[in-house]
Design a protein around this ligand. Structure first.
Ligand code: B4P
Length: 188
């Protein structure tokens, strides 16, 4: 099973990714988590990514594409994977398609998490209080939502054209959203 989770910041992708990956025994690949780990351990990649993340901008495609292609080479991706937060631009989606076509392992589904912006702000503001993430301030949240609308939302049409897009109602409790996601996933 090869799945992509698509949705605005705060829609619950990361939260649901852990559950779905656990249910299907898939490696959970979160580009946001990989960047945060690199920032924390002060690697070159982390230094390159940090300024973009702190502004709520996207890390350049060339950097993200290379990082994900390397990750997908690892043995644990042999039977599938769950991508959380990648792709986020059309060039990233085209590159992922190229890499997977080359191996003859296309995607099975792209889950689009749908939710009102007011709820996104509320969730991210709550997380700022709990975790203190530097990109959860109101100015940066507003920029991340703008970046989603302008750079990531076009992926919805990209994947709809390929008949891969599945809508998931992302308001409601964590358990309710998991139930919605499970309903639209291909059967094992
Ligand atoms: P991400 O880590 O992907 O950040 P995100 O979009 O905010 O998603 P996240 O998974 O954290 O939040 P979630 O919606 O689960 O990316 C961070 C940054 O990294 C980007 O801004 C960018 O700079 C860079 N980056 C990452 N990938 C990139 C790429 N492909 N290309 C370029 N740059 C890239 O959850 C949000 C909150 O809501 C949580 O606190 C959660 O507990 C809560 N929540 C979840 N479900 C809920 C529910 N049902 N009810 C109430 N609260 C809920």
């Amino acid at each position: 099973m090869r799945i992509v989770l698509l949705g605005p910041p705060g829609a619950g992708k990361g939260t649901q990714a852990v559950r779905i990956a656990g249910e299907f025994g898939l490696p959970h690949i979160s580009t946001g988590d990989i960047f945060r780990e690199n920032v924390k351990s002060q690697t070159e990649l982390g230094a390159e990514a940090q300024a973009y993340m702190d502004r709520g901008d996207l890390v350049p495609d060339s950097v993200v594409n290379r990082m994900v292609a390397d990750r997908l080479e690892r043995a644990d991706c042999g039977h599938g994977f769950l991508l959380d937060g990648y792709p986020r631009t059309v060039p990233q989606a085209e590159e992922l398609e190229r890499v997977l076509d080359e191996r003859g392992t296309p995607l099975d589904a792209v889950l689009r998490f749908e939710i009102e912006e007011d709820e996104l702000f509320a969730r991210l503001t709550r997380r700022a209080e709990l975790e203190g993430r530097t990109d959860d301030t109101s100015t940066v949240i507003a920029n991340r939502l703008h970046v989603y609308r302008t750079q990531t939302a076009p992926l919805e049409a990209f994947y709809a054209q390929r008949d891969l897009l599945r809508d998931v109602e992302a308001a409601g409790s964590v358990d309710e959203v998991t139930a919605h996601a499970m309903k639209v996933l291909p059967s094992r």
